[in-house]
Write a protein that binds this ligand. Structure first.
Ligand code: FAD
Length: 293
């Protein structure tokens, strides 16, 4: 197997165009598992480890650009205030070793329905910057996930960065696993309150063929908050409203029974996560502090 080590993005894209058998590798925390279990034998590995263009993050006004090669540990350490949901999700990924190697670019590259970065990207209205020798483009997160481990990334493209607005209001991420650490999600959920548009955004993971937004639940809670002038007056949101919100999130799921949990359990757990994260976020907005899992 060839091991190709380009020194910059342009060289990497040229290799990607001429060697369709070369599989990109960054942290290797997904790919090496596949290779170790002999699930595939690519003709070559395309090492993205020396691509400065994928490193680091920067901020332009309200928009944060997270390099595809930024490891989770740095997101936790450096972006917890600007990107709370993504930082909370990053904190739950694997172990310290995995968080030091694993990247959001790799999570997107694998496009597993259980990837923890996906629900936060969806509720943040993120877009994915991808590039090839043909040029660069941005794919909205809502259009990126196309099926189980399938994405809108073309065969000759690389993921370069993720662009997302800094949080303007409370955000939450919550995940159910078979234990507290080192687990792939049985189901997960991210929620964001956007004071500028007075809207609620909610997305689920590991409970459908792709991570997805829950449009009906979003519409329902957004309308309830508007009806009771919650954003300005703060009229409390009743328990039945939160339960209905949870039920609508559960209804947006299309889970399966598998070794990690049953479809029925996933729906129930999602309803609970939705209620909890909404309660925390609403309280945080009213109290101006942070409440989290
Ligand atoms: C013990 C263990 C625990 C884990 N726990 C979790 C967890 O809790 N939550 C979770 O979500 N994941 C978990 N994972 C999975 C993995 O750590 C994540 O998916 C991580 O984000 C992968 O990033 P990486 O940089 O290591 O990707 P890699 O393994 O390098 O690559 C993954 C895939 O993405 C492609 N790829 C990588 N970078 C790019 C790029 N820039 N452009 C195009 N394609 C690219 C690769 O070709 C490959 O197909 C775990 C893995 C292990 C081994």
């Amino acid at each position: 197997m060839d091991f190709l080590r380009p020194r910059g993005l342009a060289e990497a894209l040229a290799i990607r165009a001429r060697r369709p058998d070369a599989v990109p590798i960054r942290g290797g925390t997904d790919l090496m598992v596949e290779l170790n279990f002999d699930r595939g034998r690519p003709g070559a590995l395309l090492d993205l480890g020396r691509l400065d263009e994928l490193d680091g993050w920067d901020r332009d006004g309200d928009t944060i650009r997270v390099g595809a090669g930024l490891p989770y540990q740095r997101i936790v350490a450096e972006l917890a205030t600007a990107l709370p949901a993504l930082a909370m999700a990053s904190r739950t990924v694997g172990s310290p070793q995995i968080r030091n190697r694993g990247t959001v670019g790799g999570n997107l590259g694998s496009a597993s329905p259980a990837g923890d970065a996906h629900p936060p990207l969806l509720v943040s209205d993120a877009s994915i910057e991808v590039a090839s020798v043909r040029g660069a483009r941005r794919i909205p997160a809502t259009e990126f996930y196309q099926g189980v481990k399938r994405s809108a990334l073309a065969a000759d493209e690389l993921i370069v960065a993720v662009h997302l607005p800094a949080a303007a209001g409370p955000q939450q991420f919550a995940k159910v696993g078979t234990r507290n650490a080192m687990v792939i999600a049985v189901c997960s959920l991210a929620l964001a309150l956007d004071p500028a548009t007075e809207r609620v955004r909610v997305a689920l993971g590991s409970a459908a063929p792709t991570p997805r937004r829950c449009a009906e639940a979003e519409r329902f809670l957004t309308a309830e908050l508007a009806d009771r002038r919650w954003w300005t007056v703060g009229t409390p949101v009743s328990e039945p409203v939160l339960r209905r919100f949870g039920a609508l999130v559960a209804a947006a799921a299309a889970p399966i029974d598998d070794v990690r949990g049953t479809a029925d359990y996933r729906r129930r757990a999602l309803a609970v996560l939705a209620r909890r994260t909404a309660t925390w976020s609403l309280r945080e907005y009213r109290q101006g502090g942070r409440t989290c899992a």
